[in-house]
Write a protein that binds this ligand. Structure first.
Ligand code: FES
Length: 193
C-alpha cells in the first residue's frame, strides 16, 4: 500500500492508551515509555545540518523535521561533485526516528558507546522493502512498519521483533552536546537498497 510521506515522525510517548486484559497489563509492567526530549540541531558529519528534532509539551511526540535543502549522508541516492551523498529536502529517506529512553532501558545490541543519556536515532525506512516506519500508539516501545507488519525494538538496536524485515533499522551514531546532537558517523545504507 501507498504510504504517505510525513515530514514529522511521531514517536508515541506515554500514550499507551487503554490497555485491556490483565495479561497485557502484566506484560507492560516495568516498561517505561521514552521520555520527552528537546533537540536543537543534528549537525551532520562535516558540520552540515542534518535534521531538526524538537519536543513539544511533556508527553507529546518528538518531531523530526528536515531543515536543509541539501544534506549529506551516507546513503545511495546519488553523489555531489565532492563524492558526498546528497539527499534533498522532502525526500522520504531524509527521516530519522529519535527516542530518548531511560539509559537502563537500553539493551544490547544498541550501540551504547554512541548513545548518551539514553538517546538513540534510527533510520525511518524499513529494511524490508523501504516503507516508512512509524510509532505504535498502543506499544510505544515498538516501531512498526505499516506495509507488512515489520516490528523493531528501539531499545535494543532496533532488532527485528516481528514481520519480514531481514535486518535491524540502521542506527545513527550520535553525540550529545547540551541540547544539540551531532552525528559522529554515517548512517548505514538501507539493506533493501
Ligand atoms: Fe516494512 Fe515490508 S516494507 S515490513
Amino acid at each position: 500500500p501507498e504510504i504517505s510521506r510525513r515530514k514529522f515522525i511521531n514517536v508515541a510517548l506515554g500514550t499507551a492508551g487503554a490497555v485491556g486484559g490483565l495479561g497485557l497489563v502484566t506484560a507492560l509492567a516495568g516498561v517505561r515509555p521514552p521520555n520527552r526530549i528537546t533537540f536543537s540541531k543534528l549537525p551532520a558529519v562535516g558540520g552540515d545540518t542534518l535534521v531538526h528534532a524538537e519536543g513539544d509539551q511533556s508527553g507529546q511526540p518528538i518531531k523530526v523535521a528536515d531543515l536543509s535543502d541539501k544534506i549529506t549522508r551516507a546513503w545511495p541516492q546519488g553523489k555531489d561533485k565532492n563524492g558526498n551523498v546528497v539527499i534533498k529536502k522532502d525526500e522520504p529517506n531524509n527521516l530519522l526516528i529519535v527516542y530518548k529512553f531511560a539509559p537502563d532501558q537500553l539493551v544490547a545490541p544498541t550501540n551504547l558507546q554512541a548513545t548518551q543519556q539514553g538517546v538513540v536515532a534510527y533510520s525511518g525506512i524499513c529494511q524490508h522493502l523501504g516503507c516508512q516506519v512509524g510509532d505504535n500508539a498502543s506499544k510505544p516501545e515498538t516501531i512498526l512498519c505499516p506495509c507488512h507488519s515489520g516490528a523493531y525494538d528501539p531499545r535494543a538496536g532496533c532488532k527485528v521483533i516481528g514481520g519480514p524485515p531481514p535486518k535491524p533499522l540502521p542506527q545513527l551514531p550520535i553525540k550529545l552536546d547540551g541540547e544539540g546532537v551531532t552525528a559522529t558517523g554515517p548512517l548505514e545504507a538501507p539493506y533493501f537498497g
